[in-house]
Ligand binder design. Sequence first.
Ligand code: SF4
Ligand code: SF4
Length: 443
Amino acid sequence: MTTTIKRIRGGINPGHHKETAELETVRMPLPSRVIIPMLQHLGALCVPLVKKGDRVLVGQKIGDSDKPVSAPVHSSVSGNVTDVRPLIYSNGMEVTVVEIKPDGLQELHESVVPPSCADRESMLKAIRESGIVGLGGAGFPTSIKLSPPPGKMIDTVIINGAECEPFITSDYREMMENPQYVIEGTKKVMEITGAGKALIGIEDNKPDAIELLSSLVSDQDGIEVVSLPVRYPQGGEKQLIYALTGRKVPTGGLPMDVGVLVQNVATVSFIAQYFKTGLPLIRKKVTVDGSAVANPKNVEVLIGTPLKEVFEFCGGFCDEPRKIIMGGPMMGVAQHSLDDPVLKQTNALLAFGESDAEQPKESVCIRCGKCVAACPMSLLPLYINLNVVRGNFEGIEKYHVSDCIECGCCSYVCPASRNLVQSVRIAKAELRKAAARKQGGGN
Ligand code: SF4
Ligand code: SF4
């Protein structure tokens, strides 16, 4: 079979900056402490299962929730719990964290054994126990994503190897360093969902990964590696589904509504490794780059490692860092403290000096329409911005703000440097508040 690619709407070409692509991943030594948040996924907060003074082992479950949309968290080190305390994330949310001082022994917990699974239910249970969440950045619990409700059939699994954000190369390294696991994990996801077809989408600025994975699937029925044109946000879930299948996820809908399930390459690779070793998600491949980083690298980091120690491992800063981002420059989250930890879904840490972090001054919208042309979701960012600036939230739903994927294309192209993505976020927050008021019976 050969898939015909559909061109996505809008988008931009912001430049690759993937200078770390050929740098093999290096494993970082044990940090001085790990700080493990009880929320590293979309869904319910976990409750700590340990207390100050407890000794914990590698892979031991230290937080869990009985709420359906959640994923347990595990200790990435053996050592002693030194604190269980609140932490304010860079997005303003307060979470509980378990802080552990490693003892250097890295003793494995007795639960770390390969899962023995006879059927789909036991495989899903094992996947939940592994703590895996979407590693592409979204952090949605994988076991939930793999369990569509009755009546929703998945016929196609899409494995996202697009990695379309500038600077990030950790998924590329995963494909080059663990290609067999990417294929094994893809097959596992096909087995669980019953899908007969899998498409591994990779942007064509990664020819080595396309060639390597293509050679491994040449004798595999139903799996195809598809080369995608380089265009941000090609790796957006809805954009990838359209590019590879021509199907459009409806407004407010999910990929399962069009028979598709999307998983990131690192997620499926982890699933395959977990079924082999039983070691839950305690490590993460992270690209460390940016003009302020002395020695950019791809690093394998224990989850919970403070950002400061990751940057120090990369030679520290060669320039005063004016902006530190967790994730890519387009969709990542600016960090306010280097004491914050690496999370499950951290795929990049970027630090930029003054010239790269400069924030241009906003000026008046000149109605050029560039933001509309660049929007992959066919939205009207200029009108959302106008209404937000005027504080006019009445009827703002008509601009379909909830469809915005916060890709940043509109802000990137705007010659007036309007804060367009920020406007959409404000509009979304106002809509959430209005929905909560309605539910609570207020006005
Ligand atoms: S409005 Fe949203 S989806 Fe459209 S370009 Fe801007 S950030 Fe992207
Ligand atoms: S790109 Fe900027 S200046 Fe042009 S229409 Fe959109 S908001 Fe206005």
